[in-house]
Design a binder for this molecule. Structure first.
Ligand code: GLN
Length: 502
């Protein structure tokens, strides 16, 4: 075994730039197989980097260093004996703290679950372990995944590795900052209304929200059950494809996971994109969008056209209702899902003179302001007399949002748009909840329609902040998303830039 005993930088899993048609394998898989470095080297390098930098970035709530060393040792042994488990064997991963991890605290960013140690792994976590991935720790997040900045974490705000004065996005901000800051190779996040794509865009990484039903949610702490999906964040498209291939697929433990074939997403990456048609929705370039974001996205569309893709203007007229609909439906479902935190079953308990007082004091002490706002909004919109006017109406408009997409996907293969109207904002800049909600304007429509969507880096502002290009696909057609994103990535070099952390 030659090569480095200690890599100077944690190596990326991503595929080396290869010519079309060549077999593609994630690089660290090759590196491990060649013996250039071992999973133990990679785990050590990452743990050292976390030790050195995470006090400032705050991507992690829990670092599972002992677990990582053990898993890396076992993985190294598999490579030595020539029997690695696949492309994720030995790859260091961060897991959003909304995912249950057996024996490892899973707080969901909340005081109410501060000491909650699940007795089992979420299915996606079990699948990563079975594929040989090395868990580095649990990533910070907005409390119960409610937010767009990770400032709503009950424990600490995460910082954007490109500019520590700015937010990493949210709610999977810890996952995005970990990958962007090279404190993990791959991370899992969850996306209810944008929580994978928006932080991916803000941190200059790839993020994928799979089709609703594509990935099991067993062991995912529920926020809004008609919207929640788990997906990968990674440095490049290849890693995201490899990770989704591992976590996707039906699960007997989650009745909402759909039994439909999971593609070999990595194998499909090199396929030609000539002849694909993309739809460019006018509503996503409306007034208010940052001109630097618009410029970068329009340039990206020109790059795609240069690859033989046909671009067509389309209209998704219900887009303007997306935020209003989402901020009725998501809080309504949350108010119901969060009823289980009553001080009885698990999590925090603040004693009281009777059950009602105990429960209400527990919730008063355990939930932060944003979670309380959502529970109140949701309870209101579901209450007798208001249900039809709010929740019922929102469900109808949700159907209109979905129909917009259905009609456009008759003509185009994919929709291309900005992921967010602006780049990463400063900590404290969006103290007004409505201003924060409006940040999700371009991500909630695909969530409401249940469609797969991906954010891929497409440039930087003059101030050096990353910009994300969003691709939205047909239901269960993640392959085409990956294929186009990969072709774009190969034609550009945004994904090769990395932030210089002090
Ligand atoms: N920012 C949105 C919200 O606050 C989306 C969150 C998410 O996708 N988990 O609800």
């Amino acid at each position: 075994m030659g090569g480095l005993s200690k890599p100077p930088k944690p190596p990326a899993l991503g595929a080396p730039r290869q010519s079309r048609g060549a077999p593609r394998r994630p690089a660290s898989f090759n590196g491990y197989r060649r013996g250039d470095f071992t999973p133990e080297d990679t785990a050590r390098a990452h743990l050292e980097r976390i030790e050195r930098l995470d006090a400032r970035v705050a991507a992690y709530l829990t670092v599972t260093a002992d677990h990582a060393r053990r898993a890396a040792r076992a993985s190294a042994e598999r490579y030595r004996s020539g029997r690695p488990l696949g492309p994720l064997d030995g790859v260091p991963v961060a897991l959003k703290d909304v995912l249950c991890t057996a024996g490892v605290t899973s707080t969901c960013g909340s005081r109410i679950l501060e000491r909650f140690v699940p007795p089992y792994d979420a299915t996606v976590v079990a699948r990563l372990h079975a594929a040989g991935a090395v868990m580095l720790g649990k990533a910070n997040m907005d409390e119960f995944a409610m937010g767009s900045s990770t400032e709503h974490s009950a424990f600490k705000p995460t910082r954007n590795p490109w500019d520590l004065a700015r937010v990493p996005g949210g709610s999977s901000g810890g996952s995005a900052a970990a990958v962007g800051g090279r404190l993990a190779t791959v991370a899992l996040g969850t996306d209810t209304g944008g929580s994978i794509r928006q932080p991916a865009a803000f941190c200059g990484v790839v993020g994928v929200k799979p089709t609703y039903g594509r990935v099991s949610r067993y062991g995912l702490i529920a926020f809004a059950s008609s919207l929640d999906q788990v997906g990968p964040l990674s440095r490049d498209v290849t890693d995201a494809a490899a990770t989704l291939s591992v976590i996707a697929g039906t699960d007997p433990l989650d009745a909402t996971s759909v039994d439909t074939a999971v593609g070999d997403y990595v194998a499909a990456l090199g396929d030609d994109v000539t002849g694909l048609t993309i739809g460019v929705p006018g509503e996503y370039f409306a007034a208010g969008i940052d001109p630097e974001v618009e410029r970068a996205v329009r340039d990206a569309i020109a790059v795609l056209e240069g690859l033989g893709v046909k671009a067509e203007r389309v209209s998704l007229p219900a887009t303007e209702y997306g935020i209003a609909v989402y901020y009725i439906i998501a809080p309504a479902e949350a108010s119901s899902n969060l009823a289980r935190y009553d001080g009885v079953k698990y999590g925090l308990r603040v004693p009281g003179k009777d059950l009602i007082e105990m429960s209400s004091q527990t919730r008063a002490a355990g939930f932060g302001a944003e979670v309380k706002r959502r529970v109140m909004l949701g309870t209101y919109s579901l209450s007798a007399g208001y249900h039809d006017a709010y929740y019922g109406r929102a469900q109808k408009v949700r159907t209109l949002v979905k129909r917009d997409f259905d009609s456009v996907f008759g003509r185009v293969d994919l929709i291309v748009a900005p992921t967010t109207p602006n780049v990463a904002f400063r900590h404290g800049e969006k103290a007004d909840p409505l201003a924060m909600y409006l940040n999700d304007v371009f991500t909630v429509p695909a969530s409401l329609a249940g469609l797969p969507a991906l954010s891929v880096p497409c440039g930087f502002t003059r101030a050096g902040l990353p910009i994300g290009l969003q691709l939205i696909g047909r239901a269960f057609d993640e392959s085409t998303l990956f294929r186009l994103a990969y072709a774009y990535e190969q034609a550009t070099d945004w994904h090769t830039r990395r932030p210089e952390l002090p």
